[in-house]
Design a protein around this ligand. Structure first.
Ligand SMILES: [Zn+2]
Length: 236
């Protein structure tokens, strides 16, 4: 992290820039790349070494001051990790109670964008564990009933959002009917959970319902508020 001249990989990024964007046939780092401690008077490129909070980068005289990344930063480097712990409350909180190596591993995963995926996988596993075996047919039945309901609502002209809200409102307004409707014990779900059911439907099923909904609404606009179902059907 402390080096001021570009590494071989970083030099290669700069070389590719000059060759591919500017058609330069020969690149001489000593002549074409200026960097701290090694200034080059007519250099096209000025290289900025990596700092704990920034990635290595360069600017190119022919690209009007734009800044380009010169490859990835040193993920998991102790200096970079220490900087992140100091500047990011999220990283600091997540790293609480971990020892040095564990914290480096966690920050490495965070920086590579893997933390969210890992957390989601953990949540899904925990959710699967919470769903007891004996509950599964009920859960499956509830899912299918809600999916059928959503398809029907959307096919009848509701937007997906409205259909999701209708399910939430049914659950709140009339628990008994809702319980009978979705089967099993009464268990209202969040709008996101219903949305999950909707998204679990095959894409073509969703698209067909949405297209039908759109056609119905357009027909309703053409026919006006007094339109009968028959007039709407004919107008499609
Ligand atoms: Zn350039």
């Amino acid at each position: 992290m402390h080096r001021t001249t570009p590494s071989d990989d970083q030099t290669e990024v700069i070389r590719r820039h000059l060759v591919e964007r500017h058609g330069q046939t020969e690149v001489d780092p000593a002549r074409d790349v200026s960097c701290p401690g090694h200034p080059a008077g007519d250099a096209l490129v000025v290289f900025f070494p990596e700092r704990p909070g920034t990635s290595p980068s360069f600017v190119c005289a022919r690209c009007e001051g734009r800044i380009f990344p010169a490859g990835p930063p040193s993920y998991g480097h102790p200096l970079r990790a220490a900087h992140l712990v100091r500047t990011s409350p999220v990283v600091a909180a997540l790293g609480c109670g971990l020892d040095h190596d564990q914290r480096l591993a966690l920050i490495g995963a965070y920086e590579r964008g893997l933390l969210g995926t890992e957390l989601l996988a953990l949540t899904a596993r925990a959710q699967a564990l919470r769903t007891r075996k004996s509950d599964r047919p009920v859960v499956e039945e509830r899912r299918q009933t809600c999916q059928r309901y959503l398809i029907d609502e959307v096919s009848r002209g509701a937007s997906v959002d409205d259909a999701l809200w209708t399910l939430v409102l049914h659950a709140a307004d009339d628990p008994v009917r809702y319980g009978q409707f979705v089967g099993g014990t009464y268990r209202p779900l969040s709008r996101d959970a219903y949305r999950g059911y909707w998204r679990a439907l095959a894409a073509h099923v969703r698209t067909t319902a949405i297209e039908r909904s759109r056609a119905l609404r357009q027909a309703a606009e053409r026919c006006g508020p007094q339109a009968t179902p028959r007039a709407l059907r004919d107008a499609r």
